[in-house]
Design a protein around this ligand. Structure first.
Ligand SMILES: NC(=O)c1ccc[n+]([C@@H]2O[C@H](COP(=O)([O-])OP(=O)(O)OC[C@H]3O[C@@H](n4cnc5c(N)ncnc54)[C@H](O)[C@@H]3O)[C@@H](O)[C@H]2O)c1
Length: 372
């Protein structure tokens, strides 16, 4: 029997290309696992009306971890138009399967390390080594949205929220509402996860990102939770930063930052900014981590124009696989893998197109495998 059961979720477009590359490397590493394919993505939306079929949810309940490639998402009118005729007009609503996975399995940490590996020609600045903790289950991504706004909700808002006055007479199709919902529990646990990580990994500082001066209720609660948690970690330096200001400061002085923690939307934006400083989409790795399950994925999408061409950079996915090894406790294997990636980047002999080279996805994976 193998030691681990890993759900293997290529998804759409280049998802398959990059997962094939990760598999080549994991096999070289003699990672003792059974990889079990799971259906996810656009094809299953079009043919079954569900991009995350129940059989995939069942599979995820029986594995140790999952590696996910990418999915294609399209706006609701395009989603409806691409359903097979039998499913059209049935009121099916497309929802991103990865956002659903995060909520279904309470994968409350989105962990995104952003490290500038020496020799990467795409580094904004050498020695950047940031780790972003993004809350992954609520905030503006809670999915509580109204368009059009029901009349009774409008009446309640008019009665209870004086600031709703400028909107109260607009017709239903002239205004939309997306709720930013933060809870004390989720705010506390993401900040705690960031501080625990800092302590365990000898990190010096945690920066708490918010916009509580304007978004007083939901960000105010996040900040209050963060302050309470920070008090329990007197050994770790910490600071607060407005999300707009931190975008400037990160670009100006990226080496001043270490661990960053933020509610969902700001975390999403900040982590793309940080990823771009260390090479962009070809390097952006991430983990969606809960108490029982973790799903690791590159942060890029399905890049349809490159699908099946084995052209894109697999490093983001290979580093996501490295994060999976860490999470499973295979720390030595994770270290070897990261060292192999670092060695290939430093050597500069094998580079995919985004790095200025012309090597393929699988040639990059092979070069990394040979360093193991
Ligand atoms: N988590 C996800 O699965 C996810 C994330 C973002 C976008 N999407 C979806 O992916 C589809 C395409 O979106 P998009 O084009 O805006 O973003 P994308 O990330 O798929 O690609 C944008 C561009 O970035 C470059 N790129 C992406 N990955 C790369 C890699 N590994 N190596 C080198 N270059 C790379 C390519 O030039 C590509 O055309 C959309 O349907 C979108 O909704 C999915």
């Amino acid at each position: 029997m193998t030691k681990y059961r890993i759900a293997w979720l290529p998804g759409d477009g280049i998802g398959k290309d990059v997962l094939d590359a990760a598999r080549l490397v994991l096999d070289h590493l003699a990672f003792d696992a059974e990889f079990i394919h799971g259906d996810i993505g656009w094809e299953f939306w079009c043919n079954e009306g569900d991009p995350l079929p129940q059989r995939t949810i069942d599979l995820l309940q029986q594995v140790d971890a999952a590696l996910f490639g990418a999915i294609t998402s399209k706006p609701s009118d395009a989603a409806e138009a691409e359903l097979i005729p039998e499913l059209q007009g049935k009121g099916l609503v497309y929802r991103s399967p990865i956002v659903r996975l995060r909520q279904l399995f309470d994968l409350y940490i989105c962990l995104r390390p952003c490290k500038a590996y020496a020799g990467n020609p795409l580094n904004y600045r050498d020695q950047i080594d940031l780790v972003v903790f993004r809350e992954n289950t609520e905030d503006l991504y809670a999915g509580v949205e109204f368009s059009p706004i029901p009349a009774d909700l409008k009446a309640v808002l008019t009665q209870h929220a004086p600031n709703f006055a400028p909107f109260k007479d607009l017709s239903g199709d002239q205004v939309a509402i997306s709720c930013k919902i933060n809870t004390l529990r989720a705010s506390q646990r993401i900040v705690k996860a960031a501080f625990e990580f800092a302590r365990k990994n000898g990190r010096k500082k945690v920066t708490v990102i918010h916009k509580a001066n304007v978004v007083r209720a939901s960000d105010g609660l996040f900040l209050q939770a963060a302050r309470e948690v920070a008090r329990q970690y007197p050994d770790i330096q910490w600071e607060e930063a407005n999300v707009d200001a931190i975008c400037m400061w990160l670009l100006k002085n990226p080496l001043n930052y270490d661990v960053l923690v933020a509610p969902n939307l700001y975390g999403d934006i900040i982590s793309d900014l940080c990823a771009q400083m260390v090479g962009g989409l070809g390097f952006g790795c991430s983990g969606n981590i809960g108490e029982k399950l973790a799903v690791f994925e590159p942060t890029h999408g399905s890049a349809p124009k490159y699908a099946g061409q084995y052209k894109v950079n697999p490093i983001a996915t290979i580093l996501s696989a490295k994060m999976m090894l860490d999470w499973l406790g295979e720390v030595e294997k994770a270290k070897h893998l990261e060292a192999a990636v670092a060695a290939v980047i430093a050597e500069g002999r094998v580079r995919t197109y985004d790095m200025g080279g012309n090597h393929s996805t699988l040639e990059m994976a092979q070069a990394i495998a040979e360093k193991l």
